[in-house]
Design a protein around this ligand. Sequence first.
Ligand code: ADP
Ligand code: GLC
Length: 484
Amino acid sequence: MKDRAALRVAIASPEIAPFAKTGGLGDVLGALPKALAKLGLKVSLIMPAYRRILQSEVTLEDSGVRFTVPVYSRNEEATLLTAKMGGIPVYLVRADRYFDRDHLYGDAAGDYPDNAERFAFFSRAILEVLKLVRPAILHANDWQSAPAVVFLKTQPEFYSGLSSVRTVLTVHNPGYQGIFESRDLLLLNLDDRLTIPRYLEFYGKINFLKGGLVLADKITTVSPSYAEEIKTEEQGFGLDGIFRERAGSLSGILNGADYDVWNPETDRLIAQNYSLGSLGGKQTCKTDLQRVFKLGENPDMPLVGMVARLSAQKGFDLLEEAIDRLFSRKLQFVLLGTGDKRYQDFFSKALAKYPGKAGIGVCFDETLAHKVIAGADFFLMPSRYEPGGLTQLYSLKYGTIPIVRAVGGLKDSIRDFSPSDGSGNGIVFTGYDAPSLIAAVDRALALFGDKENRQALIKNAMAADFSWENAARAYRELYRSLMG
Ligand code: ADP
Ligand code: GLC
């Protein structure tokens, strides 16, 4: 069979695991490119060279390439570093003034005040990298790289060699849009035409994501259900009008799980490896988790875990309301998360009331995340909204039963277990209210005590296959559809 010329895709993202990650975005960009490369695509990756990467053990090379990009009335300099992820080239835009900081987007005091400038700069830099790698497709991710689409589409005079590049913008989380003061428009050096409501203007401010959504050739989000939900006023974060208008170019592709990283048979971060055929190791992982969080070391006590950013998105106000009722049940509970100080304070205090029964880790810790996902019996995700969600997919693989609210990617990946025919891979509830959450937990606890059904459920969960290959095929189709 004659090979088609490999499709060249440049993927730009503010996060790529393992280089830098604050949530699922990093995981996706750490896995999807590898799956695309396996399908024969020629992938390049572009991200900022944050301090944590410069100080890590990653092998970085100076490409020797230097360039400047316009930011407001200045020309800002960048150096291009390169690294490899698998065999895939990663281009890291180094500009210490913007990225040599402790965190990616902000610290305890809040977002960095110059985020508009930092990511306007990054987005311009993406296009300079494109001049080197000459892709057919630019695939941008979230608001931090969305202006690259705007620059490419509206300033062809600067990017004449890139006129055939087609654009895809993936929205991982429209709860974050990059909304800034209107004066920040000057950072972008765009024509005044673009301030008109149709493009970047958003209720008197400017909106980086909106610009990309209006102008990208294709828009995706990370599950089919979520692609529908964002077209509604309730769930569109003020952008539903655009999502409806662009419905013909919008699709949802369900995220996958990277089983090179999340697999109980090979995971080196957990106490003991295990598989469906030999579940003994899961018990060891549970005991280990109970020990780490100073819970009673009782194998018969159902243990519910959560690993999530402490944000309203993840249903923490619901949990707040339900917490005392939750602990009136016979269970243990562990929470690993960082984020909103309000939730951090509330849960630190609330869980301290239940020593031996509850534990909290307020830190971002990859090892602990694996320990919770392996050691818990159930994994709770009462999300208010969830574009894709990855931790429910990871939990399935570890035989840790997800208890989820039926929204977005949770709805597309978790089916309610039916004791009558033994189908389903989790516990699903619908209402965003404490009684619905508690009822779901009660069903989970009943199943825990029902050995036969519990075994069936664990088997269904561990057998589920959410590997990235299917998603990569869907992205490849999407890219091809743009190639005429
Ligand atoms: P989101 O991207 O909305 O945060 P996802 O479910 O897509 O949600 O992905 C979350 C990712 O972040 C998972 O890899 C999860 O393990 C990780 N994660 C979240 N909080 C923590 C934490 N405190 N420590 C370690 N990993 C975390
Ligand atoms: C976002 C979403 C999450 C999704 C992740 C990766 O942060 O909140 O649902 O899984 O991006 O696509």
